[in-house]
Design a binder for this molecule. Sequence first.
Ligand SMILES: *[C@@H]1O[C@H](CO)[C@@H](O)[C@H](O)[C@H]1NC(C)=O
Ligand SMILES: *[C@@H]1O[C@H](CO)[C@@H](O)[C@H](O)[C@H]1NC(C)=O
Ligand SMILES: *[C@@H]1O[C@H](CO)[C@@H](O)[C@H](O)[C@H]1NC(C)=O
Ligand SMILES: *[C@@H]1O[C@H](CO)[C@@H](O)[C@H](O)[C@H]1NC(C)=O
Length: 774
Amino acid sequence: MRIFVQSSRLLPILILVLATITAIFAADEPHANDTFASVSDAVWQLTNLTLIPDTALHRSTSLGGQNFTHCCLLAVNASLTLSPDGRLIKSQTDYIDATIEEFLEANNADQFPCTAEWNGDPRGAPRVIVTSGWQEQTCPGWSLSDSKKGDESEWVNPFIGFIIPCIIFVLVIPRRRKLAVWSRLFVQDLSQIISWIVAPFAMILSGLAVCLDTIIWLCVCFAFAGPMILSGFYEAYLDQKVISFLNEKTSNFRLTIDMRARLLFVVLVGNLDLDPEVFAGDEELTVLNHGRHADDNPRWPNYPGTQTRNPSSPWTHIQNLVSPLRSYRDCALGTPRQWPLHDVTCTVPSCTKLRCKEIPLQRNHFVRSEIGRTKTRLRTMLATQLSFGSSVGAPVVFFLGAFSYTLVTTLGSLGDEDTSLDLAFGTWFMVIPHISVVAGLLLAGNNPNTLEGVMALEFGEVEEKETFKKKHFLGSIFELAYESRYRPKWLWERGRSKQDWIDRVISTYRFRAPSGRRGDMVVDEDMEALRVATTMTITSWTIVLGMTTLLMGVPFILAFLVSFYTPQVGIACRSLTFLVYAIIQTSQIVLWMWAYSGPPQPGKWFKFFRKDGYLYRSGFYNPTDVKSLWQKGKFWSLKSLWAIIWYNLAAIFGLGGVITSIGGTMMQLMGVYSTPKCSVNAEYWTKPHSQVPVVLSKNYALEIADAKKYWVPSAITAILFLALVTFCGWWYQRRLRGMFRNLVSELGSERTDREDIRAIVTPSRDGDEESIKP
Ligand SMILES: *[C@@H]1O[C@H](CO)[C@@H](O)[C@H](O)[C@H]1NC(C)=O
Ligand SMILES: *[C@@H]1O[C@H](CO)[C@@H](O)[C@H](O)[C@H]1NC(C)=O
Ligand SMILES: *[C@@H]1O[C@H](CO)[C@@H](O)[C@H](O)[C@H]1NC(C)=O
Ligand SMILES: *[C@@H]1O[C@H](CO)[C@@H](O)[C@H](O)[C@H]1NC(C)=O
C-alpha cells in the first residue's frame, strides 16, 4: 500500500523528467521548418553516400555485391533536396510516399524507411516507392547473404531452424540403397605407421562420402515426396485391412493357425522383394529345410504340386517357416491345405461320409513348440523395430522447437521480410517430417536382417561381391542399405509391394477342397473375403489420396500463403517456387498411380481401359517393367514406349523437384532471390514492367499488417498441424501394434482354432509322449 502511494506520487515527477529529457533531445532533431546546410544534415543516413555500394567494390553486383539498403538510400537521396532558403523539400523525382513532416517525424522515431525495425507501432515506416525500371537500372544484381555483414538471420536461422532438423528425419526414412563408402577407407590394420598416416585422410574422405550421401538422399526425398507419402499410406491402409481381416476371421474361427501366422508374417515383411534373382545353392537349403516331418497318408496325401518355387524368395522361406504349424497336409510343396481333403481312395461320387474327411494332423509336442517359436518370432520381429517415439517423435520435438524459435523471432521483429520467408521455407520443409511420420506408421520393418535372423537359414555370404560388381556398376556405387539376403523396397514402392505379397497369398490359397463331400476344388470364401478387403476401390483410393493431399498440401498452402502475402504481394519468385514444386509433386503422384495402382478391375464399361482390355495387354499399366527394352525383338513395341515415357517423365519431375526444392532453398539462403526481378510479380516478367511500383522500405504498414494476419497464424497452424499429425501417427501405430500383438498371442490358444481342428488338436497325453522324439 505504502509503495503504491509513493509510486503514485513519483509518477508525475517521472513523467516530467522524461518530458524534459525528450524536449532537450527533440531540440536536436530535425524538423520540417528548420533550415539546413545540406540534405545530410537533415537526414544523417545520407552522409557520405556514394553511387555504388562499398560491397560492390569487392564483388560485382551480378555476383551478389549489391546492397539494397544502399539502394533505398539512393532513392531517398534522389527524392530530397534543399529549397533556396535552406529548408528540406521534395525534389522533382519523388519516391517517398509521405510528406516531409511525416518523413522527418518517422525518422525521429527511428522509422527511417531503409533501416526501420518493428517498434510496436503498426503504422511502421513511410514507404519508398520506386519503379522497377529505376531499380533495375540503379541497383542491378543481387545481394549475397554474408555473415560478416551481420545477415545471419538470412541463412543461419533457416539452417538451425529447419534444414538441420530435416536431416534427422531424412536419416530415419527407410531406403533400399545408399552411397557406398569404400570399405578400404575404414583402415582395419592400425599396427603399421603408414596406416596412421593414411587414417586421417581416410576419415575425411569417408566423412565427405557420408555427407554427400545424406545430401543425395535429402534431394531424393524432396523429389519423390508425393509418391513416398502416397505409397506409405497405401501400405498403412493395407496393414489396417489385413489386421482387421485377421481380427474378424479369428473371432469367427475361420482361419487355420498357419494361415494366421502367414498373414502376420506378410504384414511384417511385405516390403521385401518378393521374387528376387535366384542365388546359386539356395535350392538345396530350402528343400532340405522343408519336409522334415512329412506325414504321409495314402488316403489324404501330401501333393508336391506342379509350381516351381523361387528358392531365394522370402515368400518361400516364410511358407517353409509356417509349414510345421499346418493342420492338414500339403496341396503343394510347402503349401498346406486350409480345408480337409476328401479321401482320395473313396470312389463313391459326391460322397459325404464323415469318415472320408481328412483328419487334422495331431498337434503334438513338436507342433506346439513350433507354435511357440513362431509366436516369439512374430513378437520379436515387431519389437525390434524402431519405436515411433525415438525415430519420429524426438526429431519432431526438435524441429518444432527450432521452428517455434523462428516464430518467436518473427514476433520480435514483426514486419521483417527475412524472418517471414524463413517461416515460409520452414513450413514447406515440413513435408520431410511428414514423410517420416508416414514411414513410422508402417508395421513392416525396414531392416531385412530381422527376417534373416528369424529364418536362421544357413546362407553363406550375402553375395559374391566381385561378380556382382561386374554386373552392375551403378549398383556398386549405390550399394544396398542393409547387407542382407533380403532386400527392402524403396518407400515409394512399398504399398504396391505389400499388395503383391497379399495377392500372392490369395492366389496360392485361392482354391480349396469342398467341405464335407467329394468334388472339384471350390473358391475359398475366406481368401475371397481377403481379396475383397484388400482390393483398392475408388473409395480406398480416395482415402489414401486424400490423406496424401492433406500431408503434402498443408505445408504447401501455408508456405504459399506466407510468401504470397510477403510484399511484393502476389506470385513472385518464392511463391512461384512453392507452386512449381506442388505441381511437380502432383504430377509425380499421377505418374505413381499410373505405374503402381494397377488396372481397373474388369467391368462393363470402358473395356478399353480395364483389365484384359487393349491398354492392359499393351503393358500400359506396368510401365516400370523395362524387360522389353533389353530384348532385341521386343524393343519396338508399345510396352517399351510406355516404359520410356514413364521413366523420362519420372526423371524430369524428379529433377524438377530437386531443382525447385533444394535449388530454391539455396537461392533463398544465398540471397539470389533478392534480385530486382523477384520484386515484381510473375505476371509482369514477360511484359514491359519498367513502370511497376516497387517498395524499398522495411517494416512498413502493409508488412506489419500481413505479418499479423498471415505470417504468424500460418506458422502457428503449421506447428500445430505437425504436432497433430505426429500425435495421430503415434496413436495409430500404437493401436495397430497392439492389435498385432493380440493376434500373435491368440495364435496358440485352442479357443481361436477352427471347429474342425479344435476337437482333434486338444492334446492327448499319449500323443505327447510319442512325439517327443523327433
Ligand atoms: C511550420 O511553419 C508553418 C507555417 O509556416 C506552421 O503552420 C507550422 O506550425 C510550423 N511547424 C512547426 C513544427 O513549427
Ligand atoms: C564522411 O566522410 C568524412 C571524410 O572521409 C569522414 O570524416 C566522416 O566521418 C564521414 N562521415 C560518416 C558519417 O561516415
Ligand atoms: C544525392 O542528391 C544530391 C542532390 O539531389 C545529388 O547531387 C547527389 O549526387 C546524390 N548522391 C548520390 C550518391 O546519388
Ligand atoms: C549496406 O549499406 C548500408 C548503408 O550504406 C550499410 O549500413 C550496410 O552495412 C550495408 N550492408 C552490407 C551487407 O554491406
